[in-house]
Write a protein that binds this ligand. Structure first.
Ligand code: 5GP
Ligand code: MN
Length: 345
């Protein structure tokens, strides 16, 4: 993995060491396990170092992450706009984790964009926009959580890592790698995990808290989507699944119930490109996953106003669910050669 710029690490250390005011830590909108694990892990470490830290998330975060230390004090911007704006105005430092574009801050975009104080970005997505004073952009890392762990160590802040922080960071790595299934080609990731376990993390316990925490409705929704809302295109090694408003209502859908659905078609022999479309009030959220060479971030950028990693990306469109699925179907022939190139079986 690309080594850190030692001057940047020194600058970061000096900026944090001298910090006496509030440090605001921000994840991306619709935060996932890596985003929340990174912000709560880092905030715990900084608090252990005697710093004042407030985590502000652009919007809600999933129930299955609410066991994390510090999750109770997390401020949700869309629930407390004035309070959050005041905290940001009064803060001295802004640390942005797990995103590299201002568009990923949802309703907080103007606040982050117009921020006058010192800003830091720590992230593992490709193509950084370059909005922060100090940037740690490392797309070769499995997750932002892994990056936070190593930056913390490089800064000499390892002594402030405790079990609570390690659990958050472990969760970030676990969720961003599909439980150590992808983005784990670098042996360093397993060394990182081994170091985190030494802080007392119980992997089985954390895995259970995150993945064995579903409602009956969610399980039945999953069954319904698999049997009624999935279309497989073997000639393109691709599949699409979708979740309409009607189905959401039928299964008492809660935000986050579709977490992980996009990965499921990849378990079908011969399928290495999967799309999942969720119908929201005024837009369609798109999620894409692939195995191997096919770059879903390029696909998401070209057709779905999005981006992400090579094998995990997303986007959004403002048309109907039906039109979106139709558009997706029509795009497949264009990519036939590329899609057929990766033969994993
Ligand atoms: P998910 O499918 O889990 O929502 O997102 C997978 C990955 O795709 C995220 O980690 C993020 O990198 C990226 N992503 C998801 N939605 C968007 C989007 O609307 N815009 C951009 N640029 N990236 C997205
Ligand atoms: Mn991530």
């Amino acid at each position: 993995m690309k080594p850190f710029n030692t001057e940047d690490i020194k600058r970061l250390r000096a900026a944090i060491d001298e910090q006496e005011g509030t440090i605001v830590v921000v994840p991306h909108v619709n935060p996932d396990g890596d985003a929340i694990g990174s912000v709560l892990g880092l905030s715990r470490i900084l608090k252990n170092a005697g710093k004042q830290v407030v985590v502000i998330s652009p919007n809600h975060f999933p129930e299955f992450l609410k066991w994390m230390n510090g999750s109770g004090e997390l401020v949700v911007y869309v629930n407390a706009r004035e309070k959050a704006a005041q905290i940001i105005d009064d803060a001295n430092m802004l640390i942005c984790l797990d995103f590299n574009h201002l568009s990923r801050t949802g309703e907080m975009k103007d606040r982050v964009e117009n921020w006058k104080g010192k800003s830091i970005m720590i992230d593992h997505h490709p193509f950084p926009q370059g909005f922060a004073d100090l940037q740690f952009s490392h797309p070769d890392y499995s997750s932002t959580a892994e990056l936070v762990f190593h930056i913390t160590k490089a800064m000499g802040y390892e002594k402030y890592i405790d079990q609570d922080a390690a659990e958050c960071l472990f969760c970030g790595i676990m969720t961003d790698t599909g439980s150590f299934n992808y983005n784990v080609s670098d042996p360093q990731t397993f060394k990182t995990v081994s170091e985190l376990l030494a802080f007392g993390v119980n992997p089985e316990d954390i895995h259970g808290r995150v993945f064995d925490n579903y409602s009956v409705d969610r399980m039945q929704l999953m069954g319904h989507c698999l049997s009624e809302c999935m279309e497989v295109f073997p000639e393109y090694n691709a599949a699409v699944m979708y979740l309409s408003r009607e189905t959401q209502n039928r299964f008492k859908y809660q935000k986050g119930d579709n977490e992980g659905f996009v990965n499921m078609p990849l378990s079908i022999k011969g399928i290495h490109f999967s799309a999942f479309f969720t119908e929201n009030d005024n837009q369609i959220k798109a999620s894409f996953r692939s195995k191997g060479e096919f770059a879903v971030n390029e696909f998401a950028t070209a057709h779905f106003n999005g981006g992400g990693h090579r094998n995990a990306a997303g986007g959004e469109v403002y048309s109907s669910l039906h039109e979106t699925i139709e558009r997706f179907r029509k795009l497949l022939p264009e990519y036939k050669e590329e899609l057929n190139r990766t033969q994993l079986d």
